[in-house]
Design a protein around this ligand. Structure first.
Ligand code: G3H
Length: 194
């Protein structure tokens, strides 16, 4: 996570130029922990996204609902607002520098992974919003990752779904054997060469 300014006094924060100087060209924006604990707003997150892109860097924009929002059927409303505000002002030509991560807050670090069906439904909805904003071709090309308690046991079912293009792994990435199994997931049948 970066500060949305290249220069200035922001103790404890990281300038994207500092990342660039180390060869790091990617940053998350909008992770729920930043939204909830650090009160980062959609406007602040949008500024982070636009700054990264203006510097030729890439961003993983995280979106997702809380458990209360999930229970109140607000998933699509929450994701729509977070996507539209997060990507405001980002031109179609720059969408190849953007990856979306759907991370339901209730699934992050809790062991409660979303079912492949739930995740697929939300991913398809997010892709539909991207199509409204940028057209179908760009929407189809944009990678949409699922994050939230992904494990070796759940990765294959998630990755089998058509709109799930990858996963954003937290806890399981700290265990080499689990992470190794996750990155060696069983690919979607249509992507396996015959
Ligand atoms: O930052 C990582 C993601 O929020 C997912 O974390 P998790 O895999 O531990 O649930």
């Amino acid at each position: 996570m970066i500060t949305p300014e290249t220069h200035g006094a922001f103790t404890g924060a990281i300038s994207p130029l500092m990342l660039q100087s180390m060869g790091i060209l990617w940053s998350l924006a909008g992770h729920s922990e930043r939204r909830i604990i650090f009160k980062e707003t959609d406007e602040y997150i949008n500024k982070q996204c636009r700054l990264l892109i203006s510097l030729g860097m890439n961003v993983v924009l995280c979106v997702g609902e809380t458990e209360a929002e999930f229970e109140q059927n607000l998933v699509s409303a929450v994701c729509e607002v977070q996507l539209k505000k997060g990507l405001a002002g980002i031109a179609p030509k720059d969408m190849d520098k953007v990856v979306i991560a759907y991370e339901p807050v209730w699934a992050i670090g809790t062991g409660k992974v979303a079912t492949p069906e739930i995740a697929q439904e939300v991913h398809a909805m997010c892709r539909g919003i991207l199509a409204e904003m940028y057209g179908k071709e760009i929407a189809d090309k944009t990678r949409i990752l699922y994050g939230g308690s992904v494990t070796p046991e759940s990765v294959d079912g998630l990755m089998a779904k058509p709109d799930i293009d990858g996963s954003l792994v937290g806890g399981a990435s700290l265990d080499a054997s689990k992470f190794s199994r996750i990155i060696n997931f069983v690919p979607k049948p249509e992507l396996v060469a015959v």
